[in-house]
Design a protein around this ligand. Sequence first.
Ligand SMILES: [Zn+2]
Length: 495
Amino acid sequence: MKIDYLIKNGTIIDGSGDNRYEADILISDDQIVSILSKDQKTVKINDENYNLNDLSFNNIIDATSFIIAPGFIDVHTHDDQNIFIDRSMSCKISQGVTTCIAGNCGISLAPFDYSGDVPAPIPLLGDKDAYRFSSVSSYKNAFNNSPSSINISLLTGHSMLRVQVMNGEINRGATKDEIIKMQNILENSLIEGSIGLSTGLAYPAANNAPTEEIIELAKVLKKYNGIFTTHMRNEGDNLVESVNETIKIGKLADVRTVISHHKCAGRSNWGKSKETLKLIKEAKKEQNLDLDCYPYTASSTMLLKHFVDRADKVLVTWSDKVEDLKVNDINTIAKEFNCTTDDLVDKLYPAGAIYFQMDDEDLNRIISFDGTMIGSDGLPGDKHPHPRLWGTFPRVLGKYSREMKLFSLEEAIYKMTFKSAKTFGLEKRGLIKKGYFADLVIFDPNIVIDKATYEKPLTPALGIDTVINNGQIVWQSMKSLEIYSGKFLEGKSFN
Ligand SMILES: [Zn+2]
């Protein structure tokens, strides 16, 4: 019997949160076919019993002193277009990530059938040429014809529905007719493989949508077991009100709900996580509610006035108007341009920024909260991105688990694997278990750490030895093998 891979001498942390154990793993095709304990002499594969001596292996990986974990799941990404531009997806694979959830914050590359100018934050995903997918089917087909090294799952963005149905008139709530049209597009998207609905209520494209508009749309999800994720209306002064709004939407639409990149933005709002987490904990008793976060105290998105106003410090990272703009503090650039920061925002738009505006204590509290998932929120289209794009997962393992000891390595891995697969309904992912897909990361627990910084954000992390996606090695010895084994993962109920 020929087996594709034997991974031997490693320590398994299986993603469930259970304690680590020593065992070998057998992989054939895209699946884990067996997990062998040390003294095992025979193995059952496809209902046949084999003596271990009768097996031969195409490849043997020695994982001595390494941890073997399920491939990490980045639950909050904007990789919709990046999977076509950089098929190796090195920014994620280098961290041990094997699956990305795209279409977050109300913006998704599909479905979108609109040729007018698009409001913020839609340009984050790419320029006009990027918006070529009028349906989720066309997006899925494009990916299947030219897959990346990573698996991708797609949420349907509320802002995309608004802009196309309301013909760009986004500064109001949708009419009843428009809501019905949006519901129809959303329903088709779910049928074609989208896993749910995302909103970006803090942004101009969706800020005028009343709560009722979101509830009516979210109601469509239930029949398809879709998920509702939200970049809430406000993450600063009205943070608590926004958490309450989210709880209300989830409850009235009766849908699984995820609060995206939970944070307390702006110095005057530091400490509010005590209250928000209490609200979330209470609501969880009656409804399906979860959250994700990234391990940094700076955020990043488009350069927008209301975000600039509440941040301690703002780095402007790109501008379509000033191509050769050097990354710098907004005040320094405003001086160079001899204008106010408000005028500068207008001059540079569309532009991007990094906002230093959160407190470590809130972050520590949120990331340690029972069941908080990890999502990078990285912006791959940014020439000088926030370091979270290349550093999020190793940073959680190295800094927050190993160095700060906020939680065990087993719990850290649960937050980025099985918890995420369960929540988003990704079948047979997120666990090291016989019959599950062979998405695996092999890393050195003693040295794993992020290396990307605000100055040098494109630096790969240390300590990630080998990454396997759907049974094929995609990253090894600090480089991509340019193997494109990713799959489009459709929404399904989780067993
Ligand atoms: Zn967001």
